[in-house]
Design a binder for this molecule. Structure first.
Ligand SMILES: [Zn+2]
Length: 219
């Protein structure tokens, strides 16, 4: 490190460049050298590497690529995006393919079934999905799938925003309604109070008049 600083100082003196400019240049070269392999790797990646999710059997499948192989393939809830649980217990107790079912269950959505595949256990389902992914890659159909998936996401996002705005408006209306209600009840209370006060006055006046009458009559 000391040698590096010494070298940078010597360059600064030799070429009459400010020290900060030499340091900045050295830092830029260092970052470039570090980042180049990553950028090159990213640029060299096959285009289909962007294809990382699709809907199949009514559930969302996500995966990654590792050395041109599909890895970490699993199913997710189309509603809450949470990881799904695969229930394929029944596959062990039967040899009949029609009775072999794999259910996709979302615990975050009340343990509801999100989809199912008839004909085999989870390994069978995973192999079907993998086969479909490669088929779409080979036929370039994945480009259309990605486009549709993006459109669906945008629509869902817009719907979520709309729901948020409506909820906000409704809550604002409720606040205004409550405020109006409390103002009205205050006014009613005031009116009641104004009605009650004269009555009290009347009662006291009546009492006073009775007393004065009693005094007059000498009682
Ligand atoms: Zn869910």
């Amino acid at each position: 490190m000391e040698k590096m600083i010494d070298l940078l100082t010597r360059i600064s003196v030799l070429y009459n460049i400010p020290q900060w400019a030499v340091n900045l240049g050295a830092l830029a070269i260092f970052i470039f050298l570090i980042a180049t392999p990553f950028i090159a790797k990213k640029l060299m990646e096959p285009k289909y590497y962007k294809f990382r999710e699709m809907v199949m059997f009514n559930v969302l499948w996500k995966w990654k690529y590792r050395k041109d192989e599909i890895s970490l393939l699993w199913c997710y809830c189309p509603t809450c995006q949470g990881m799904l649980m695969c229930d394929d217990e029944n596959c062990r107790s039967t040899e009949d393919l029609q009775n072999k079912n794999t259910f996709f269950i979302c615990n975050d959505c009340g343990g509801n079934e999100q989809g199912r595949v008839i004909g085999g256990d989870r390994r069978y389902v995973l192999s079907l999905v993998k086969r479909e992914i490669w088929r779409q890659i080979r036929s370039l159909e994945y480009i259309e799938t990605m486009k549709k998936s993006k459109e669906l996401k945008d629509t869902l996002l817009a719907a979520e925003k709309l729901v948020e705005e409506v909820t906000k408006e409704v809550s604002m209306d409720e606040v205004v309604a409550q405020e109006t209600l409390s103002e009205n009840s205050k006014e009613e209370q005031n009116e009641e109070a104004s009605l009650v006060v004269p009555e009290q006055k009347n009662e006291s006046e009546i009492a006073e008049s009775i007393e004065s009458k009693e005094v007059k009559n000498g009682i």
